[in-house]
Design a protein around this ligand. Sequence first.
Ligand SMILES: Cc1ncc(C[n+]2csc(CCOP(=O)(O)OP(=O)(O)O)c2C)c(N)n1
Length: 266
Amino acid sequence: MNDKEKLLEEVKTMKKVASRPKCLTDRVFHYCPGCTHGVVHRLVAETIDELGIQEKTIGVAPVGCSVFAYWYFDTDFSQAAHGRAPAVATGIKRSVPGSVVFTYQGDGDLAAIGTAEIIHAANRGEKITVIFINNAIYGMTGGQMAPTSLINQKTQTSPYGRDSETMGYPIRVSEMLSGLEGVKYLSRVAVDTPANIIKAKAAIKKAFETQLTGTGFSMVEVLSICPTDWGLNVADSKKWLKENMIPYYPLQEFKAPKAEEAKGGE
Ligand SMILES: Cc1ncc(C[n+]2csc(CCOP(=O)(O)OP(=O)(O)O)c2C)c(N)n1
């Protein structure tokens, strides 16, 4: 037996500790190296697997780097125009009884062009789950300033840094939505370290569980990195997230439903 054959034999005796989630397709992600969209896709897919809801889940893809989210999730999917995912999700949820509906949206999509849609869907208490990717920039279109870009952050449209005088302040979307009655689960997490990724998974699961109990609107804001448009390598991007984003966007669970709020299944 040569070394390769020996290795193959050894592999057969190993215990499998991790595998690709069932509801992720085999397609290779098109994301840039180091981008964390893939990490968050995996966390959502693991959640769907663990809750056993693959057959009734319908995702709504945004416009942004994750525009092709429907390539990767082996669930039903729809595509919304830029920012309109919460409105499309509302329609699907209300017209397909028993469905579990989630949107996956970037900060340009959700917090700029889609501000009205997210506020009103949240305020109506739509029983949908929103996965909100905050990478503080417009990724897909080449790095323009987003509503969530930080003060002094250099982007293609704020080359000298974001100036609050002319460009306003970064919007804390979760804080803004947390005051709305219809919002029942709301959390901000990050995917910069293994420990934070584990916490992010727990939050995503709670958000889907909130929908499954018919309680109301649920959202997880995920602080993410964009090495390409930030112009940093992956290690420095994670450092930038930790040192700049987390102080302005503190990680926390804003709202969690009380047991008595459950309206009894989907
Ligand atoms: C109606 C409309 N306006 C503008 C655009 C251009 N556009 C496409 S993606 C995008 C921003 C995406 O940024 P974000 O939502 O933060 O997602 P990311 O690419 O960073 O994941 C914009 C402005 C569009 N496609 N449609």
